[in-house]
Design a protein around this ligand. Structure first.
Ligand SMILES: [Zn+2]
Length: 260
C-alpha cells in the first residue's frame, strides 16, 4: 500500500508543479506524514499486510493476551477462560516462555494457542537493525520449538510496525496479527474500568488485546481478575461468541513442531 500511495503522491506532486508549487509540497508532505505515522496504527496495513480483525458479519470476537506468561496472572486467567469455555491466544515473549515453560505447557494443555511477541519485548525493536529484528523473532521461535510448537502469528511490541518487518517475517515464516480493540490498560497498570473500555465500543469481528501480567500494584490483582471476568460475561451477554483466533481470522496461528 505504501508503494501505491507513494506513486500517487509523486505523480500528483509532479503534475501539480506547473500549477502551484505549494500543491507539490502538500502532496509530498502528506505522503511523508503517512510514512511517519503509519507504524503507530496497529490496524493500518500501510507498509505491510496486518491482520487486526476478523469478519464483521458474524457475532464473534477473539481474545488475545500479551506479555505473559506470568506465574500469578496466567493460572488465574486460565481458570477464568475455562469457566467461560473460551479459547484465547497468548502472545508471549521468548524470554518469559523460557523462564516459565510449565506455564506455556499449561496454556497449551487447556486448548489455547501461542503467538510470538519477540524474545525480549524491546519496545524500540522496530527502530533497530534488520538483524536485531530477525534475532528477536527467531530466538523466541527457538524457545517455542523447544516446547513443541511453532507459532505462525507475530505481534510486535505495543503493536508498532515498520517496513523492514516484511522481510524479517518472510525470513522467519510468520505473519502479523495486531488487534482492533484494547483497554488502554498500559500493561495492567490501569485496570479499573478495563471491562467498560473494552465492551463500550465492542464490534463483531474484533480482536481484543489484553495483558497477561500481574498488576504492578498487588492490591489491584483481584480488581483485574474481576475486570477480565466482566469482559467474558459482557461479551456473552451481548450474544457474541468468543472464537479461537484461528477461527476468527480463518487462518492457523500455530502448528506443532515436527518430531526431532
Ligand atoms: Zn506487549
Amino acid at each position: 500500500m505504501a508503494e501505491k500511495t507513494g506513486i500517487v503522491a509523486f505523480t500528483g506532486a509532479l503534475l501539480a508543479w506547473p500549477v502551484d508549487v505549494r500543491l507539490t509540497i502538500l502532496f509530498l508532505g502528506a505522503f511523508l506524514l503517512l510514512c511517519v505515522s503509519a507504524p503507530f496504527f496497529p490496524g493500518f496495513s500501510f507498509f505491510l499486510p496486518i491482520i487486526s480483525k476478523g469478519r464483521r458479519d458474524r457475532a464473534a470476537v477473539a481474545l488475545t493476551f500479551d506479555d505473559g506468561p506470568d506465574p500469578v496472572s496466567t493460572p488465574l486467567l486460565l481458570d477464568l477462560l475455562d469457566r467461560h469455555q473460551a479459547k484465547a491466544t497468548f502472545f508471549v515473549t521468548g524470554k518469559r516462555a523460557r523462564r516459565h515453560p510449565h506455564l506455556v505447557a499449561e496454556i497449551l494443555a487447556r486448548g489455547h494457542t501461542i503467538g510470538n511477541h519477540t524474545y525480549s519485548h524491546d519496545i524500540f525493536v522496530m527502530f533497530k537493525s534488520h538483524q536485531t529484528l530477525v534475532r528477536e523473532i527467531e530466538t523466541a521461535q527457538q524457545v517455542f520449538r523447544g516446547l513443541g510448537i511453532v507459532p505462525l502469528a507475530f505481534r510486535p511490541p505495543v503493536g508498532i510496525t515498520n517496513p523492514r518487518l516484511t522481510r524479517a517475517l518472510a525470513e522467519t515464516g510468520l505473519y502479523i496479527v495486531n488487534f482492533s480493540r484494547r483497554a488502554g490498560d498500559r500493561g495492567n497498570r490501569r485496570v479499573r474500568h478495563l471491562a467498560d473500555r473494552i465492551l463500550r465500543r465492542l464490534r463483531w469481528g474484533d480482536i481484543i488485546m489484553l495483558h497477561d501480567v500481574q498488576p504492578k500494584d498487588e492490591t489491584l490483582l483481584s480488581c483485574w481478575r474481576d475486570q477480565i471476568e466482566a469482559v467474558l460475561a459482557g461479551v456473552d451477554q451481548r450474544g457474541i461468541a468468543i472464537l479461537p483466533l484461528a477461527r476468527l481470522i480463518e487462518r492457523p496461528v500455530m502448528s506443532t513442531a515436527a518430531a526431532k
